[in-house]
Design a protein around this ligand. Structure first.
Ligand code: G6P
Length: 369
């Protein structure tokens, strides 16, 4: 096992550091920034159905559900198709309105999650086209979907998912750009710009991983905290949910992720000088609004930990701590902004003496409903 960990203390840390490679592997042979095209072998034959889809329903659980939420923003923005993201476990129990002409995308790292499998069977039985975004080759979900795109992240051993999340988001990004191109909702020039920036994401993640001293310092200061709040808007909202989930899973600290503006409808009551509030200020088009939210937290003496870019000096001035991430387009920001959050949860869990790779009560693959 020590050999498999490749010199890292835990599989989770190894997998966090593998993300530049995992994403490069995921992109390899699929994107072409010269001519602005994307080739996804597994779904080429069903592209016409996806182009004509009335709507897309994404079904998943846990971290995969969070990548689905990022997918919703991407598909609606780039391909102008309505998307609903369902908890796979709830899908069957609401008399799902799904049928011919609809497309379900089932997202699963393991390809074995019972609830996701049940949801896709239900959608298939009702006549929808079902696509998979799966890591484990030949898994049940990969076999039972009509077509799909493997994420090629390599084996993920740590129970808390890290590289599978970013690779899933990478696949959903490629699917959304490809669909947008084929539907004509984005131009070839725009697609080329997007693909060029997408190809730079592994290097930007590498940059975050090169120096983790600030995030370790923040982790040491807040390892005592019984509660955490994570706030984000737009593409950073699913990242807030994912950051909170990571912390809960491995450090057993209660954490909530919220769309930043919803804070005023409840969580703001929790904020005092004891409450660490992680703000993901990584999307340009919501920055002014995010700054107002940060001011609201500051006025109540919350301890602000910001994830932001070096250009965003307004955020850094307001926050007590700032972890700097490289600049990228809003659509790709989750791929970069989630990295410090994975590290934060990792270092806090280690400080608290938790079993990082096998947290209590959790399983890597949940094969019961
Ligand atoms: C479990 C794992 C999570 C994972 C979820 C969904 O809860 O601990 O890390 O996100 O299942 O798993 P899947 O394999 O379907 O992505």
């Amino acid at each position: 096992e020590e050999i498999e960990k490749g010199g890292y203390d835990h599989f989770m840390l190894k997998e966090i550091f593998e993300q530049p490679k995992a994403i490069s592997d995921c992109l390899r042979g699929r994107i072409n920034s010269e001519d602005g095209t994307i080739t996804l072998g597994g779904i080429e034959d069903v592209m016409d159905k996806l182009v004509n889809a009335k709507r897309v329903v994404i079904a998943a659980c846990g971290t995969s559900w969070h990548s689905g939420l990022v997918g919703e923003y991407l598909f609606e923005y780039l391909a102008k198709v309505p998307v609903e993201v369902e908890y796979a476990s709830e899908f069957r129990y609401k008399e799902p309105l799904i049928g011919e002409g609809d497309v379900m995308i089932a997202i699963s790292q393991s390809g074995e999650t019972a609830d996701t499998l049940a949801a896709l069977r239900e959608a298939k039985a009702r006549g929808a086209l079902v696509l998979g975004v799966v890591n484990v080759v030949g898994s049940t979900i990969a076999r039972e979907t009509d077509a799909g795109v493997y994420i090629h992240a390599g084996p993920e051993i740590g129970v808390a998912s890290t590289k599978a999340f970013t690779a899933q988001v990478t696949v959903l990004t490629m699917m959304a750009i490809k669909l947008g191109l084929e539907k004509g909702t984005i131009t070839k020039t725009r697609a080329t710009e997007l693909i060029t920036e997408l190809s730079r994401i592994p290097a930007k993640i590498e940059e975050v991983l090169e120096d983790t001293t600030e995030i370790q310092r923040i982790s040491n200061l807040f390892s005592y905290a019984p509660n955490f709040l994570y706030l984000g808007r737009s593409y950073s909202f699913p990242v807030a949910l994912e950051g909170a989930l990571k912390l809960k899973e491995i450090s057993y600290i209660h954490a909530e992720g919220y769309p930043a503006a919803e804070m005023k409808h409840g969580p703001i009551a929790l904020i005092d000088e004891m409450m660490p509030v992680v703000v993901i200020a990584a999307t340009h088009h919501t920055n002014d609004k995010m700054i107002s939210n940060i001011e609201e937290v500051r006025a109540r003496k919350g301890r602000i930990i910001a994830i932001s870019t070096s250009e965003n000096t307004e955020v850094a001035d307001l926050a007590e701590f700032t972890t700097i991430i490289p600049e990228t387009m809003d659509v790709f920001s989750p791929l970069v902004s989630v990295i410090p959050l994975q590290l934060l949860s990792y270092y806090i869990a280690v400080n608290r003496g938790c079993n990082v790779d096998q947290p209590r009560n959790l399983a890597k693959s949940v094969t019961v409903e």
